[in-house]
Design a protein around this ligand. Sequence first.
Ligand code: TXE
Length: 500
Amino acid sequence: VSAAAAALENTITPPVKVEHTQLLINGKFVDAASGKTFPTLDPRTGEVIAQVAEGDKEDVNRAVLAARKAFDEGPWPRMTAYERSRILLRFADLIEKHNDEIAALETWDNGKPYEQSAQLEVPMLARVFRYYAGWADKIHGMTVPGDGSHHVQTLHEPIGVAGQIIPWNFPLLMLSWKLGPALACGNTIVLKTAEQTPLSALLVGRLLHEAGLPEGVVNIVSGFGATAGAAIASHMDIDKVAFTGSTDVGKIILKLASESNLKSVTLELGGKSPFIVCEDADVDQAVELAHFALFFNQGQCCCAGSRTFVHEKVYDEFVEKAKARAINRSVGDPFKSGIEQGPQVDSEQFKKILKYIKHGVDSGATLQAGGDRLGSKGYYIQPTVFSDVKDDMLIAQDEIFGPVQTILKFKDLDEVIARANNSRYGLAAGVFTQNLDTANRLSRALRVGTVWINCYDVLDITIPFGGYKMSGIGREKGIYSLSNYLQVKAVVTALKNPAW
Ligand code: TXE
């Protein structure tokens, strides 16, 4: 047993208590109508952290009633934009006040390093709500020339009740990218968290109400996709649905929306993003960035740089160094300091990743590092590197969503552009080069929603994010996300005396 595997045997006690396990409906924590609960598990051990109320269709109905009332009769869309903004700002302050507690819950439920939760993600959560607080009172329409005999104005109005379904890889950030713009624009919300990670959202939901959010504006339903999630997507009284998750479920959401009330749909789905290391690259820097692009968050990022294309001139050196870097990655209990990688979120993802690793070996890719689980309990996987990967291998086509780097060799730019674009996905890409012309050419030729040049995963809230092709519909973050939560009304008034 390696030292790293042995160290996993003793788990650190998380520095937080689970206070909320019920659904948050109409400003109150309540049990599921059915009385059912489901266990949420610690990915370090597979042991139960807590039993959580399991919302389903009836609970979604209750939440929609509350959200509908808060929108149709309640103060939220009628409040001054300045008041809405101030509530969001107070909420951001409370997030900062409870930073460590929120971060510990996030790590416990998800398995990501505590330092990442506490120093990066929870601070980003506060930042996102401050950003959208700033937008609340800057949303306005236009006056339009019309035919000259009418006064024409557009009103930018909230859509109404938004349904939001989020995944488990960044439970809080996904919540913030969805709640932030929806709230700033004056909508009310029914949000379903992922069944793997229900805890942090419930705590944050309490803080939202402490900040002065009126009841019914944000309702949080923990539960499963096929029940609670489907009930949201097909609900007749929900006006819009925003989803982040797998491409397969994205298709289901679109279908349910169209079969019910044609609610508008935004989707942020999977990816197989190329990270292109050009011939002029400083190999050490390229290795480090490519490593980060893939392994960050246990490889559980929709925008992970999961096809590492390396120019033939630097390929051999790159592979050697990428292997060494992966072997040096510190994997361990995410509550321990200095840990880069914790366990995968659950046994389903864990098994899926191990299956892909086996595929890689069976299809003839060269296993350079890792290739197996780490330790004997929980869902830890060794940082894994494959070289000699070919485009037609499954590991080069499917989203593995784990710590598995696949390295492919290329000769020239035309070739790598064609190969990079030869994917059903189009979420992001990384380009590593010092050559301005190469950077410009690639950033225009790649059919993806984000191109990071000499950087990766720069996810500041001001920057729009979303996918081309089967990576999604619409953009989140930044100014672009506001239009997802607004509709435009034209008001046309006859002028008595157009000639003035
Ligand atoms: O995703 P799902 P899973 C990818 C990644 C991962 C794979 C499967 O490749 O390995 O998807 O993960 C809800 N109606 N991504 O199974 O099922 C579900 O409850 C309505 C990429 O976890 O798509 C959860 O809240 N909702 C990704 C959310 O959808 C349904 C992040 C996501 O779960 C539903 C996560 C249904 N029928 C996984 N079925 C990204 N883009 O970041 C499920 N859900």
